[in-house]
Design a protein around this ligand. Structure first.
Ligand SMILES: CC(C)(COP(=O)(O)OP(=O)(O)OC[C@H]1O[C@@H](n2cnc3c(N)ncnc32)[C@H](O)[C@@H]1OP(=O)(O)O)[C@@H](O)C(=O)NCCC(=O)NCCS
Length: 146
């Protein structure tokens, strides 16, 4: 990770509510804030990375019978590129491995696929467009958990 200064970094579980501000400002600033609330947020596990007590990166995990989906990974604009998104995704992947989940997947913005490939995720043939943005479903199968 590049953030090697003495900042205090912590990953913890947060409420869905706590993710909304970053989700909104980073991902959908031109939509009303309620646009970023997900219908199943109450069923998700939400993680936040804070730096010196300030929340700067969030992600949400939804576990179902056929795998786990993560959604709404967002890092504060001024903090992007410092390795925080990577820390959060690695945290999720460790949870998946420990819980013996077979598959992790996400709807990746098409311009972010190479970011997710770094985590062993592969593009599937499923694509769609929402809110003017193209998406590709990406997944990683945990063979040892099958
Ligand atoms: C995508 C995002 C979550 C990454 O978070 P981050 O905290 O900046 O991630 P990291 O710092 O751990 O990783 C950044 C690395 O990914 C690379 N990266 C960033 N955006 C990328 C992209 N669009 N395609 C490929 N690689 C990308 C960077 O070049 C950087 O690489 P480096 O470490 O070699 O310099 C963040 O850019 C973000 O919040 N973007 C806006 C919201 C968004 O698009 N969310 C994802 C929806 S699928």
């Amino acid at each position: 990770m590049k953030a090697t200064n003495s900042s205090d970094l912590k990953i913890r579980e947060i409420s869905a509510q706590e993710t909304y501000d970053l989700r909104h400002r980073v991902m959908w600033p031109n939509k009303p804030e309620k646009y970023v609330a997900l219908e199943n947020d109450a069923k998700g596990i939400h993680f936040g990375l804070s730096k010196d007590s300030r929340l700067i990166s969030v992600v949400s995990l939804f576990i179902t019978n056929d795998g786990a989906q993560f959604r709404k990974l967002a890092t504060e604009k001024s903090e992007q590129g410092n390795g925080y998104g990577t820390l959060l995704l690695n945290h999720l992947m460790a949870i998946i491995t420990n819980r013996k989940i077979k598959k992790i997947w996400c709807n990746a913005r098409a311009d972010k696929t190479s970011f997710y490939e770094r985590f062993g995720m592969q593009p599937t043939s499923k694509t769609f467009t929402k809110g003017g943005i193209d998406y590709i479903i990406m997944e990683k199968i945990y063979k040892s958990n099958l």
